[in-house]
Write a new protein. Structure first.
Length: 301
């Protein structure tokens, strides 16, 4: 309703009276209203318990978010490795502090981290199956990596296809392509307690065991790779097979037995380095690209 007032010589003016209660409710939003709230009230008015009285996520929701983040962190191998290092460093710090002083504790913590980094680095390999401390292949891989700056390219753990549909059991541990040629190197870990000897460049023995089958397998793998690569690049690609042996003492530098070069594993780099150059840089690249496509990884990632 409106109230009319009149004064002497003045026009009547209208002063608004109090609005009905129900109209004010329709026009004025509640004090705790937010623009994104659904019509008629806040989310918690509709029974949504994700939010507390202050419009923030409830404690269970926050806990679930933290748990998911922690699971993601623990699922990352590198992050998990650094968490272990951190725990070891804290333990070393505590021991040094209790037994000597704080400075000794910090020193032990740093040494613990360095020791773990060195240990993991020694086990690193581009082939997951070789990431163990006893893997002979990993030791050869490390030697060959140093030859990259000399123009050598290496493919590790490559399968030898025997037809267009399947992959044979043959595996070339290290296919090396460089200025001095192409090499198929197999790395072997043998019992160091048994001697290694040869007979007339035709037989290789490890203790009483004749390694003829192993040499024939290495030669067959190299021959197959040679045929495949020649068909890809359009010219002959000789592939020299060799076996790098770890464990027992090898009483020679390089011995060719059944057309396979045999030598101590720690001589793999020297075996390749001291050879004449027979391939151009362009040839090396062409053969490498052909091998990368024609010889699939034995252990697909």
């Amino acid at each position: 309703m409106a109230i009319t007032e009149r004064g002497d010589g003045q026009e009547a003016r209208v002063r608004p009276g109090p609005e009905p209660e129900e109209r004010r409710d329709q026009r004025e939003p509640p004090l705790n209203h937010r623009p994104d709230d659904p019509p008629g009230g806040r989310a918690d008015d509709l029974g949504d318990d994700r939010f507390d009285d202050h419009g923030e996520e409830s404690a269970p929701e926050r806990a679930d978010g933290r748990a998911a983040a922690l699971d993601g962190l623990l699922g990352d191998p590198r992050a998990r490795r650094w968490l272990v290092r951190g725990a070891a460093a804290v333990a070393a710090l505590a021991v040094g502090w209790v037994l000597v002083d704080l400075r000794a504790g910090f020193t032990l913590a740093v040494l613990a981290v360095i020791a773990d980094v060195v240990r993991v680095t020694r086990k690193s390999s581009s082939v997951p199956a070789w990431q163990k401390s006893s893997a002979a292949e990993r030791r050869t891989e490390k030697q060959l990596k140093a030859l990259e700056r000399r123009g050598y390219l290496v493919l590790h753990a490559r399968a030898v296809p025997h037809d267009k549909d399947g992959v044979s059991d043959g595996r070339i541990d290290h296919l090396v392509i460089g200025p001095s040629g192409v090499y198929a190197i197999d790395s072997e870990k043998w019992d160091k307690r048994l001697p290694v000897r040869t007979l007339s460049h035709l037989k290789l023995f490890h203790g009483p065991v004749n390694k003829k089958d192993r040499l024939d397998e290495a030669r067959w793998e190299a021959e197959q790779a040679s045929k495949i690569l020649a068909g890809r690049v359009g010219f002959e690609v000789p592939v020299q097979p060799s076996v790098a042996i770890y464990g027992p003492s090898i009483p020679w530098k390089v011995m060719r037995v059944r057309d396979v070069d045999v030598y101590a594993g720690n001589r793999a780099r020297a075996y390749l380095r001291r050879r004449p150059k027979i391939l151009t840089d362009i040839d090396v690249q062409r053969i490498f690209q052909a091998a990368e496509k024609a010889l699939p990884p034995k252990y697909p990632v």
